[in-house]
Design a binder for this molecule. Structure first.
Ligand SMILES: [Fe+2]
Length: 376
């Protein structure tokens, strides 16, 4: 509790101000004289102090590499949350499509739940991306970008209040696409110059839709309107460059590109995560701010949890845990032998032996059910 003052002062100044936190009753003597039997506690400051301590404990519990909750335990929780979020995304995209107002505050409980899940075990929410259905891209993309932004923001040390705004900005960054005709958005062929111009209006449309929320947060708005700006000034809608692009825009642009590359669409396969990351690494200087791709790769790993890989032994495995000291040698669960025959699942820490990953594969090519494999 936060001790404000006690009443044994002088007649001119009856209260003695303490203004210090009391962490344990045993420490009381150090704060007030032994003859004092009543002190005034400031409830608001006590609450602030407790919240801060609680936040600190959660952050310590979720230190990199040490998840507070095992993946198998958090995965069903995150999966349920993902389904709820998908329903919500359908709701706000349909509202925007039909010209109804969208209130991002309604999504706050979902974003808060994702933040809590990410602090318990960030691999759980991140893994769900591998399980998504391609025919719902417009909706899954909003959620994936919101959650990945939270994961990257947490890695960058942002506190939970900022992560909430960032998550909301990610969730609603593409809401303006609801105003773009679907036959243009899903066109399997190259867009005409006129169609490209129409697609490029979506960040401004997102800004307009979000700004109708009561008291819109400026950072949420900036994240949405700046998510297609590029570090070298070649992006849109304003062609901002370098530090002219805000933090939210820079974070969302990275996770937006990553999700677009790794997602399966009606006209293309999803790219394995490792390939998408290596491509983004090649674009690092022109597209993204300095060191940001390196930070993103460190954050989610070269082989993110849920990646389906082939080992040097020829066996097939799924990545189940990252290794902070060596990003190319995560923990894997071996599931199939070199002939793709089921083997009893065996967990292998690649940082310990001579085995290594030789290839990152697309699970769809092997008809592998990753969600079952991860929880088996
Ligand atoms: Fe976009």
């Amino acid at each position: 509790m936060f001790v404000a003052k006690y009443g044994q002062g002088t007649p001119e100044e009856p209260f003695v101000s303490v203004g210090k936190p009391l962490m344990s009753l045993q420490n009381l003597d150090g704060l007030v004289p032994p003859e004092v039997d009543e002190v005034l506690i400031d409830e608001k400051l006590t609450l602030n102090m407790l919240n801060r301590l609680h936040r600190q404990k959660e952050q310590e519990a979720a230190a990199p590499g040490v998840p507070a909750v095992p993946l198998a335990e958090e995965l069903p929780v995150a999966a349920k949350l993902y389904t709820e979020a998908l329903e919500h995304a359908h709701g706000f995209m349909d509202d925007a499509r039909q010209g109804r107002d969208v209130d991002y505050h309604e999504a706050q409980p979902i974003v808060d739940s994702f933040i809590q899940s990410v602090f318990r075990n960030e691999s759980a929410a991140a893994t769900l991306f591998k399980l998504k259905r391609f025919d719902e891209y417009s909706y899954t993309h909003c959620i994936n970008v919101g959650v990945l932004a939270i994961i990257l923001g947490k890695y960058l040390g942002l506190d939970k209040d900022v992560l909430r705004l960032l998550g909301l900005s990610g969730l609603f960054h593409d809401v303006g696409k609801a105003r773009i005709p679907e036959d243009i958005l899903n066109k399997p062929a190259r867009l005409t110059a006129q169609e490209t111009q129409i697609v490029k209006t979506h960040p401004v449309e997102s800004y307009r839709i979000i700004s109708k929320t009561a008291g819109p947060d400026p950072d949420i708005l900036r994240g949405a309107i700046e998510h297609h700006e590029r570090f070298d000034g070649t992006g849109y809608p304003r062609g901002l460059a370098g530090s002219g692009i805000g933090l939210f825009g820079r974070i969302i642009s990275i996770v937006d590109v990553y999700d677009a590359l790794t997602s399966k669409r009606c006209y293309k396969e999803g790219m394995p995560a490792a390939k998408a990351l290596s491509l983004m690494y090649q674009w690092r200087d022109a597209t993204f701010s300095p060191n940001s791709i390196e930070q993103f790769i460190k954050c989610i790993g070269v082989y993110p949890v849920g990646s389906f890989v082939r080992l040097s032994s020829g066996e097939y495995a799924i990545v189940t845990g990252s290794n902070d000291k060596n990003a190319t040698r995560p923990t894997v669960k071996v599931l199939f032998d070199a002939g793709m025959r089921h083997t009893p699942p065996a967990v292998l820490d690649l940082s310990m032996g001579s085995q290594e990953i030789t290839e990152c594969l697309n699970p769809a090519d092997y008809r592998v059910d990753l969600s079952r494999m991860l929880t088996a």
